[in-house]
Design a protein around this ligand. Structure first.
Ligand code: ATP
Ligand code: MG
Length: 392
């Protein structure tokens, strides 16, 4: 067999033939970008927001000749860092200002007097000078976006994508309102906000008192449908010269509840089983391997939780419940109403648990959930029998 690398990837955004479908969502985003409209994209973690954005941006650039910058606020913890990241996204990504001779670049950067570019291994970084008049950096966030808006004079659509936007709420409470004024002052610039932690995003965009209420059209990203994703898994495996059976692909999807990151993670472990034909048994064996490989991390994650949250996680991993505070649930969990409620709120805030309309409260991470169910009680060294893994 030729030496091919694992056809599945997880952990960072995917592109090319490692990216599957999302055609409807890509089309929606490209249309909004071209029309200068705002969108707010939300999903739980690991559903594929960033991959989708990268794909949509590439298409908007190619087909609509749009100028688009992508900023990620993940690592921003101050207004200054937001300003630097937005500057990078606009200058380097959308306007392409960093190409040309040194003189040309310097000339263009005159329009941002406080900005000093440095080339680092991930690309350009734009550091902002401290000092000067009002050092709240709001003007420094605004200026590059205005430059982007000005560039629109030649008729090309312009857009700024702000990934991990939920972070804004943690930086300070006025920043969201500030983005609202930017939107109001710069019609025609499409702003695409994207974030996990849906309830946080909702606090920013929905409901009375939300700073960005009605400012953007919502797009909530769901899992990729089973039929589409399983076809993708089978085709990827085939591209590496192996067979993944239909039932094997469906089990991979179901065990990971269709969440793209986890589906790819499990599929990758199935590939590593090194069998010519991967069926359901191979999938179960692969899951056991994942649980075994990750068990130190999973245990550490569990041990980092306070007692009552551990209890609730364990209980929900065994049996999801609709009404967590019912007498029956509390009896089974052996928790008081107050402590169950506190644990629920904290775990939901941290996205460790979620409420599913059909199933009720459950552990969000399917790998962690499985470990809580099968791995927790095992002594170190003991193995989980693959046959004990239930289908869903
Ligand atoms: N369209 C897709 N086709 C196949 N796999 C995908 C797709 N989108 C996402 N994935 C899988 O999910 C993983 C996470 O994708 P991505 O980083 O885009 O998600 P995200 O929603 O931005 O996550 P986070 O909330 O952590 O920022 C990828 O590494 C890949 O394994
Ligand atoms: Mg992301």
């Amino acid at each position: 067999m030729p030496n091919v690398s694992n056809p599945f990837s997880f952990g960072s955004p995917v592109s090319g033939d490692r990216f599957d479908d999302r055609r409807t969502e890509v089309r929606f985003l490209v249309r909004r970008i071209a029309a200068g409209q705002n969108v707010v994209l939300t999903s739980p973690r690991r559903y594929g927001k960033t991959s989708l954005l990268v794909r949509a941006v590439a298409e908007a650039r190619k087909k609509e000749h749009a100028r688009v910058g992508i900023a990620s606020l993940l690592r921003c913890s101050s207004r200054r860092e937001v300003a630097e990241e937005v500057t990078r996204a606009v200058i380097d990504g959308a306007l392409g200002w960093m190409v040309g001779t040194a003189e040309q670049v310097t000339e263009r950067l005159r329009r941002l007097p406080r900005v000093t570019p440095t080339l680092e291994h991930e690309g350009w970084r734009f550091a902002l000078a401290l000092g000067g008049a009002a050092d709240d950096f709001l003007l420094d966030i605004r200026r590059p976006i205005e430059l982007l808006a000005d560039s629109r004079l030649d008729g090309r659509p312009v857009c700024l994508v702000l990934d991990e936007f939920q972070q804004i709420a943690e930086i300070d409470q006025h920043l969201a309102g500030f983005f609202k004024t930017v939107i109001d002052d710069l019609p025609g610039v499409s702003l695409v906000f994207s974030g996990s932690r849906r309830h946080m995003m909702e606090r920013l965009f929905v409901g009375s008192g939300a700073a960005l209420k009605n400012a953007a059209e919502p797009l909530s990203l769901e899992v990729i449908p089973e039929a589409v994703m399983t076809q993708f898994l089978v085709a990827r495996m085939k591209s590496a010269g192996r067979v993944l059976t239909g039932p094997g692909a469906r089990l991979t999807y179901r065990l990971m509840r269709g969440i793209p990151h986890f589906v790819q993670l499990l599929a990758s472990a199935v590939y590593d089983q090194d069998v010519e034909v991967a069926d359901e048994d191979a999938v179960r064996a692969a899951l056991v391997e994942v649980l075994t490989r990750q068990r130190a991390d999973l245990a550490a994650r569990y041990e980092a939780l306070p007692m009552n949250q551990r209890k609730l996680m364990r209980g929900l991993a065994r049996n999801p419940v609709r009404d967590l505070l019912s007498r029956e649930s509390l009896r089974r969990l052996e928790m008081s109403p107050a402590s169950a409620q506190r644990a629920r709120d904290a775990l939901r805030e941290a996205e460790q648990i979620e409420f599913d309309g059909q199933i009720g409260w459950r552990v969000s991470d399917p790998v962690f959930g499985r470990w809580l169910r099968y791995g927790l009680e095992l002594d170190l060294g003991a193995a989980i029998p693959p046959s004990s893994i239930e289908d869903a």
